[in-house]
Design a protein around this ligand. Structure first.
Ligand code: ADP
Length: 475
């Protein structure tokens, strides 16, 4: 699959050096895209800048029509998009299909939410004044996205940006540009006018550098590592761009003494092993109350051992490959560090390499201690470390002991205990008896070093709007 970039309604970049995309389940080359840099990014930004006037002047209803057409096309092409996604990223095919639907839900929801871009009238403090607030699109948006959700991390940004009247330049990750390109092909098929959506592939530093320094870009939206997020925040300072960051997490899961153990086991499995543990809201560390610890561990280990590892294209696979060698090595480092410090391996505990593809067996560690690496860093892999706790306060203390604050989970049947934990946790997203909280209509984002801004929900649209206050003298 040899693909091009999309700038100002043209497929371009065929003459540039190529960037190869590998299938992480087989190690084979799956496709290639152009290796672009500053020059091409500048062209894409110029195109988006020129398209802004006419796109922003359409009514929200007209823009919604385009987004709904795109939603329909994406759903109609679910099988094809899902296959591309599994082959370039590795997640099991059923999860890729789920992601297509999830990605489409953001387009559909923001198509509607764009119609509710209300300003307001403010009562004046003296006669002869009319005071109002108008909402306007921020302008050209630069989006930088990660590989773990190759479609949804784009539509989460594209949906609200286009609904608000912004135009868009996206830089997909080196690992998964082909899903992004398919998405943009569907934008073209939906008739979205040229220049409104542009896609540039290639060198992250060069493309990022241009997106961050170009004065025509008014907002940067990024999902990825905390390290790169901090760098972008510094770069954005020079031209004071609006910035939304969805960064790393290190999600705690607290299972209290009165939890419904079966419900908790299923919730933790869903939170921990989705996408092979490679999502920023995956539970990374599990704190289980001592009174139910052994029962929870028995049931959880049994179900974990049933999860089949393999190529995501194969029927029955529940855990696909790890995205790359560096990801694999980090996971193994966390497991070895825990083992060396006395943790027990109750399931899995090792990975393997096959023809340049990396797999890790779903792993459960027990007897885990707070100082172990895995309790202090995001693992991004299929490993569940379990630490025993003896009280609700201990669970809260450990959960908050991190610079991150994206997602956290609590399992309890008690309303008062659940509320106590929810109130005490410094996290932007909390799943209470729920391992899969994300939804297009709900605000997703983190506190502390997990980010700035929210995606989804009405907050997700607000992040693409400027507020203009107008005071009119009426006498
Ligand atoms: P991950 O660990 O998920 O790969 P990264 O933060 O490295 O997280 O990557 C997320 C996105 O950020 C990718 O699209 C990647 O290409 C991009 N990226 C990486 N480094 C830079 C940079 N210096 N400037 C702009 N974008 C970057």
């Amino acid at each position: 699959m040899d693909k091009k970039m999309y700038i100002n309604g043209e497929w371009t970049g065929g003459d540039l050096e190529k960037l190869e995309v590998r299938n992480p389940a087989t190690g084979e080359v799956y496709g290639s895209v152009p290796m672009a840099g500053e020059k091409e990014t500048r062209k894409a930004i110029d195109a988006a800048y020129r398209a802004f006037d006419s796109w922003s002047q359409l009514t929200a209803y007209d823009r919604a029509d385009y987004l709904k057409k795109l939603t329909r096309l994406l759903l109609e092409n679910e099988d094809e998009v899902a296959e591309i996604m599994t082959k370039e990223m590795g997640k099991p095919l059923h999860e890729s299909k789920g992601e297509v639907q999830y990605a489409a839900s953001y387009l559909e929801w923001f198509a509607e939410e764009g119609k509710r871009m209300y300003g307001r009238i403010i009562p004046p403090h003296k006669q002869g004044k009319h005071m109002e607030v108008r909402k306007q699109p921020v302008g050209v948006v630069g989006a930088i996205t990660p590989w773990n959700f190759p479609a949804a991390m784009i539509t989460r940004k594209l949906g609200p940006a286009l609904a608000a009247g912004c135009t868009f330049v996206v830089k997909p990750p080196e690992e998964t540009p082909l899903t992004a390109i398919k998405l943009v092909e569907l934008c073209e098929e939906a008739g979205i006018p040229k220049g409104v959506v542009n896609l540039v592939t290639g060198d992250p530093k060069a493309i990022g550098g241009e997106l961050l320094s170009n004065p025509h870009v008014r907002k940067i939206t990024f999902t990825g590592s905390t390290q790169v997020g901090k760098l972008l925040m510094k770069q954005a300072a020079d031209s004071v761009k609006k910035i939304s960051l969805e960064l790393g997490g290190h999600a705690p899961i607290i299972v209290l003494d009165d939890a419904d153990v079966d419900k908790a086991v299923d919730g933790v499995l869903a939170s921990k092993f989705r996408n092979g543990g490679q999502t920023c809201i995956c539970g990374n560390r599990v704190y289980v109350h001592e009174d139910i610890h052994d029962e929870f561990v028995d049931k959880f280990v049994k179900k974990t051992k049933e999860l089949q590892v393999g190529d995501g294209m194969e029927e029955g696979t529940m855990i696909g490959p790890i995205i790359n060698k560096a990801g694999f090595e980090k996971i193994d480092k966390h497991v070895r560090n825990a083992e060396n410090q006395g943790a027990e391996i109750a399931a899995g505990g090792e990975g393997y390499e096959k023809d340049g593809a990396y797999f890790y067996k779903p792993t459960v560690l027990t007897g885990v201690k707070p100082a172990m690496l895995i309790m202090n860093e995001e693992t991004f892999g299929p490993v569940a470390p379990i630490q025993k706790i003896s009280s609700i306060d201990e669970g809260i203390k450990y959960a908050n002991q991190t610079p991150f604050g994206l997602a956290a989970y609590v399992f309890t049947e008690s309303v008062s205990k659940g509320n106590k934990v929810v109130n005490a946790l410094d996290y932007g997203i909390i799943g209470w008896n729920d391992g899969v909280p994300s939804a297009a209509q709900a605000p997703f984002g983190g506190m502390k070093q997990s980010g700035l801004g929210r995606e989804g929900g009405k907050e997700g649209l607000e992040d693409y709007l400027e507020t203009k206050y107008v005071s009119i003298g009426t006498e």
